[in-house]
Design a binder for this molecule. Structure first.
Ligand code: NAD
Length: 679
């Protein structure tokens, strides 16, 4: 049974027991409903306590039932709450732990709530493009002030029970969790005979609002989440709680919920939710795969990436040795670490003590013998195969047996690097993204030789340092950068066919990307992609690419750092201004090539760019570089600013249908002299 019933001191105790999060799946709802009925009919029970096992009251919907008929099968959650409203004995929630989503809605339909301190309280449905659809938007404002309701429901943010202790949400509060059940039983005995039984639905929704409350909330959302319908629907539902009676408010909430459920944004966000759950699954690894102990870390190279990676581990409490052979690079690197932590103190994100603790965890060293005993070493030295090979030879000679040897290379052949050591099974790629202490993505690159325990250990470690780890195979650029090359190529081809940089950037930014490809390249430095292009052309002289980026660099326009790139810039100003010189250069280059010029719609720009990503993603899957399409979507979401409400490039292509995608790709290449650069 996923919920049990017991009688103690004349109180019926219903305990939800559906690990891991006491999800309210169909079986659990049925069990609660039947136990409620039994408790009502049991003359020995004068009141009912509803609680959960372990550290969770209820985490809400059961994700195993997501999208199946069972989600809405009777008793549905709304019907169960109606049954609770009508119960002839008081129901008291004993909130023993996490109380989220449907779990909080269940608690709100109880007649009283007793909570323990430090438990998480949330209505996170908006994160899936939905709103709380079982009365949450109507009951919460009857107990909690509207400002908090708006924040909690529109952002989906978690609160701790202690933050809500001043509200009417809790009728009693216990600071030590162990006393909760007995306190609730005593409370139940006290209120058992109180009639009428107080129901949240009978209260008047919070009136502490001004005429501007909802307008201001909508204005704020316009700035933060203008692409998303769900937060706006949350405001509508909350407004209904003060303007309509309870039943009409519930009806409004239901209608809004149904609309959101069908919205493309919610479908995409639910796809991402499932993608995140699938991401850690690797065919030949399971819970029985042994893990290596990792308690200390060394980073090689105190440059941009090395210092960011070091901060990552220090943030999670790991002692880090940062090794750089150049004394001045090491000094600069350590100073950069301190500067960044100090900036976090200034912003109030860290205390001065925490700043000192983290700085002290990162110790600069200059000799390999100083790192020999650490459990994991990650090299982030120059991107040069000869340099990396010599570093790995050194590591092989110095590091203790069983240490994991990782590389942060973006492009180099890790199979080859592993083979310079006598322990290729211990070598793995850990590809962080810049800035490494902030970006959530980590591509974990498995070579032909990587041992399963090394792989499993790195996935487990990724969680500790709060990264989303995605498994990738060895190829130039792994998943993300290999796809990015096709995206960048398309962006330049669009210029050759008639677009301006601002038109391309504008179209993809309106689609939801944080930054278009040209503004992005100006920020990263056009000279960096120029150097990579030169290397690739040297390796494959048949490669098809637009020479516009080369022309730009030949003009010395490297981007923001030279105050001139695809756009013009002014000193100390990151605003991108349209550049006449660049636009003329693009047009004359296109004339020289003889590419027919035409007006290109924003829709085509978006499809060209996103399908260039998806097309390469499909090849990556065929080559066995990525484990699943949803992993590729996560790479783009977490590492490249792809808008979450669009679900990712593979999801975008799958929603169009691959047949249609192929038709479009054929059609697009007609415009560019029929060159076969896309399929
Ligand atoms: P960087 O030039 O900023 O830093 C490299 C550092 O390595 C320098 O401080 C240098 O003194 C040090 N170094 C060189 N040889 C060394 C050796 N033998 N032993 C110890 N230290 C040595 O470079 P970066 O941008 O931090 O890139 C480092 C690695 O990370 C490269 O492989 C790069 O491809 C990869 N990477 C970079 C980015 C990025 O956006 N910069 C993103 C992902 C991965």
């Amino acid at each position: 049974m996923t919920a049990s019933l017991a009688i103690q001191d004349h109180i019926a105790i219903i305990t939800i027991n559906n690990p891991p999060v006491n999800g309210l799946g169909h079986a659990t709802r049925t069990a609660i409903s039947e136990h409620l009925r039994a408790a009502e009919n049991n003359s020995d029970a004068i009141a009912i306590v509803l609680t959960g096992t372990g550290k969770v009251f209820s985490g809400g919907a059961d994700i195993k039932e997501f999208g199946t008929d069972k989600t809405y099968a009777e008793p549905s959650l709304p019907s169960l709450l109606v049954q609770m409203d009508a119960c002839n004995k008081p129901i008291i929630a004993a909130l023993n732990g996490v109380c989220m989503g449907g779990g909080l809605e269940l608690a709100l339909a109880c007649h009283y709530r007793v909570a323990t301190s430090a438990i998480q309280i949330a209505l996170p449905e908006v994160k899936l493009g939905l709103l709380p659809g079982a009365g949450g938007t109507q009951r919460l404002p009857r107990l909690v002030d509207m400002e908090t309701c708006l924040d909690m429901i529109c952002s989906g943010r978690s609160y701790y029970s202690d933050q809500l202790v001043e509200t009417k949400l809790f009728d009693a509060f216990v600071s030590i969790g162990a006393q909760l059940l007995q306190t609730t039983i005593d409370f139940a005995n006290k209120v058992a005979t109180v009639r009428p039984i107080p129901r949240v639905r009978d209260l008047i929704a919070n009136q502490t609002i001004t005429p501007e409350t909802f307008a201001t909330a909508r204005e704020n959302l316009q700035k933060k989440s203008k692409h998303l319908p769900a937060p706006f629907a949350c405001v509508d539902a909350l407004e209904a709680s003060v303007k309509l009676d309870f039943d009409l408010g519930i009806q409004t909430e239901r209608q809004l919920f149904q609309q959101l459920l069908q919205s493309p944004e919610s479908r995409a966000l639910r796809h991402i939710f499932m993608a995140e759950r699938a991401a850690g699954k690797i065919a030949d690894i399971d819970a029985s795969t042994p893990l290596r102990a990792v308690n200390s870390v060394a980073i090689l190279g105190a440059g941009t990436m090395g210092t960011g990676i070091a901060m990552n581990f220090a943030n999670a409490g790991f002692p880090v040795r940062l090794l750089d052979l150049q004394e001045d690079s090491l000094t600069r690197g350590l100073a950069r670490v301190r500067e960044q932590y100090q900036a976090a103190v200034k912003k109030g994100k860290l205390t001065q003590n925490e700043c000192e603790e983290r700085c002290n965890l990162i110790v600069g060293v200059q000799s390999y013998s100083d790192i020999a005993q650490v459990d994991l070493v990650i090299e982030a030295v120059f991107e040069d195969l000869a340099v990396k090979k010599s570093v790995f030879e050194q590591l092989d000679q110095t590091m203790k047996a069983g240490a994991i040897l990782a590389s942060n290379t973006s492009t180099l052949d890790l199979n080859e690097i592993a083979m310079v050591t006598k322990r290729p099974q211990d070598v793995i790629g850990l590809h962080f993204f810049s800035p490494a202490n902030i970006m959530e993505l980590l591509e974990v690159v498995r070579t032909k030789h990587t041992a399963t325990d090394v792989l499993a250990t790195c996935f487990s470690l990724a969680k500790k340092i709060k990264k989303t780890a995605i498994i990738a195979g060895v190829c130039d650029g792994f998943i993300g950068n290999r796809m990015l090359e096709q995206y960048t190529k398309q962006a330049a081809f669009l210029l050759e066919e008639g677009c301006t940089p601002q038109q391309v950037d504008h179209a993809i930014e309106a689609f939801g990307f944080a930054m278009g490809p040209f503004r992005m390249n100006d920020l990263a430095g056009n000279d960096i992609s120029w150097a990579i292009r030169k290397r690739r052309i040297a390796a494959n002289s048949n490669a098809i690419y637009s020479k516009l980026g080369d022309r730009l660099c030949e003009m010395g326009r490297f981007g923001q750092k030279t105050q001139a790139g695809w756009y013009d810039y002014q000193a100390n100003d990151r605003t991108a201004y349209s550049s006449d010189i660049v636009n003329q250069m693009i047009r004359s280059h296109a004339r020289e090539l003889g590419v027919p010029q035409r007006q290109i719609s924003d829709e085509e720009i978006v499809q060209r760019l996103v399908l260039a990503l998806a097309n390469e993603g499909r090849k990556i899957l065929r080559d066995g570089i990525a484990a699943r399409a949803s992993d590729i979507d996560l790479v783009y979401l977490k590492g490249y600013g792809f808008p979450a409400h669009r679900g990712g490039p593979m999801y975008f292509a799958e929603s169009l249908g691959w047949e249609k995608v192929d038709q479009l790709l054929q059609q697009f290449q007609q415009g560019h002299q029929g060159q076969t650069w896309i399929l």
